[in-house]
Structures are given as structure tokens and as C-alpha cells.
Design a protein around this ligand. Structure first.
Ligand code: MF3
Ligand code: CO
Length: 236
């Protein structure tokens, strides 16, 4: 899983480098596919429950699962990219939100707080802790900063399947409060909205957007519980 995760981190970092005003999200998806070929890995999302692309590209008020396409990124947009691979039978999964050129102070703060919320969730990913501690850490950080966490989508266990038990909600009371044991691997993925937490799925059947049109950010890592603290597998 370390090898799968590292390749996810590398490909996502390389695709991030390509982001600038004028680039289309389809360009980014094409690059992600090409890098999958070069690394001899399968894109995990393409074909998953009928999802048509390697990459998810969600712009501004889009929360997750946006389709890459002919849309050109503009200065001031924020782009959430979510990406996974399968390698030697194991999955890795990660996401980042990136500003296109200069973005508003509020967008910058939303991205920072969401990244910090993920870091807080990861820090709670310790043997002897509980899943509810991870959820609480994420939720507390986001809400203390005046933002809300999405309820309709959650993180997940990951391994030989992209989505395994347990569900990893970004809010308290959304799932089973399991003890965290050594060897458990979780995809922790806070989706944080600048406004309310409600989201809806567009007519394409995939693209989730905020109901109030507010900006949304998404960061994700694949993280293992070890005898020696949390181990982030999806770093480059
Ligand atoms: N990181 C997301 C998840 O784990 C990406 C899934 S996109 C899909 O749910 F296309 F595969 F559904
Ligand atoms: Co995921």
C-alpha cells in the first residue's frame, strides 16, 4: 500500500504543477492518465460505478466528483482534484485543493483550514484511539473557523478495495465509533464548505455542489495506523 500511495502522491503533485489560468480540466485528466501508464498503475476511479475519468476536478462551489472537461481554469478559481490508483492489488487515494493564480483571502483561508482539518484528523489516527476522535478532530477545526463539514460524503477504509469498511465521517455521530487498531488503513477526506454543509448532486449524476453556492475545499490522504503513530502513505 505504501507503493500505491506514493505513486498517487507523485502523480497528483505532477498534475498540480500543470495548473494555471487557461488550462482545461480535461488537460489535467489526460496528464493523470498518461502518468498512470508511465507508472504502470491503473486509475482507480475510471469505471468505478460508471465514473468516466481518471481524475475528479471540482471547481469553486463544486464539492467532489466533478467531471474533467473543456472548462478553462481562470485566475481566482479553486480546483479540487481527487485521484486514486490500483497497484499490485492495492489502492491509494488522495485529494488536494489548489488556487489558480491569485485567489481571494477567503478562498485561501478555506483551503488552509481544510488542509489543517485533515492534519488534525491524521494526528488522531493512533493505535488505541477511536474513529470518533478522527471525526471530532476534523469537525472541530473546521467549525471553530466558521466553516461547515459535508455530511453526505465520507472517508473510508481502503486496501484491496477502493472503498472498505469503516466509513470515516468528518463529523461526530455519523458512524460506528470503532477502536483504531494497528494495520487499519483509512482514506481521511474532509470536504469543507465556506457556507452551509448541504450539498446536492447535479443532473450528470456525479458532480456534487454546495446548495448555497459557497466555495468548497477537499483534502485527502491514505493513512495507516501503526505501532509508531500515523503513517501517511499518499505522499510523493
Ligand atoms: N476520493 C473519492 C472517494 O474515495 C473519489 C471517488 S471518485 C469515484 O470516494 F469516481 F471513484 F467514485
Ligand atoms: Co477517497
Amino acid at each position: 500500500m505504501g507503493r500505491a500511495g506514493r505513486i498517487v502522491g507523485r502523480i497528483l503533485a505532477a498534475v498540480q504543477e500543470r495548473i494555471e489560468p487557461g488550462v482545461t480540466t480535461a488537460d489535467l485528466d489526460r496528464l493523470a492518465e498518461k502518468l498512470c501508464d508511465e507508472h504502470r498503475v491503473e486509475p482507480a476511479f475510471k469505471g468505478y460505478r460508471g465514473y468516466p475519468y481518471a481524475l475528479c476536478c471540482s471547481v469553486n462551489e463544486e464539492v467532489v466528483h466533478g467531471f474533467p472537461g473543456p472548462r478553462r481554469l481562470r485566475e481566482g478559481d479553486i480546483l479540487s482534484m481527487d485521484f486514486g490508483v490500483r497497484h499490485e492489488g492495492y489502492f491509494g487515494d488522495a485529494a488536494v485543493t489548489v488556487g489558480v493564480g491569485r485567489v481571494s483571502a477567503e478562498a485561501e483561508r478555506l483551503m488552509r483550514v481544510t488542509r489543517e482539518a485533515l492534519a488534525a484528523g491524521i494526528a488522531a489516527c493512533v493505535e488505541g484511539g477511536r474513529l470518533g476522535d478522527v471525526s471530532a478532530a476534523v469537525q472541530t477545526h473546521a467549525e471553530r473557523n466558521g466553516f461547515s463539514v459535508v455530511r453526505q460524503f465520507v472517508g473510508h477504509g481502503i486496501g484491496r478495495q477502493l472503498h472498505e469498511e469503516p466509513q470515516v465521517p468528518n463529523y461526530v455521530g455519523g458512524g460506528r465509533d470503532l477502536p483504531l487498531s494497528r494495520g487499519l488503513v483509512l482514506a481521511i477526506e474532509p470536504m469543507v464548505n465556506a457556507g452551509g454543509y448541504e450539498v446536492k448532486v447535479k443532473k450528470d449524476g456525479w458532480t456534487a455542489v454546495t446548495v448555497d453556492g459557497s466555495l468548497s475545499a477537499h483534502f485527502e490522504h491514505t493513512v495507516a495506523v501503526t505501532g509508531d503513530g500515523p503513517l501517511i502513505l499518499s505522499l510523493p
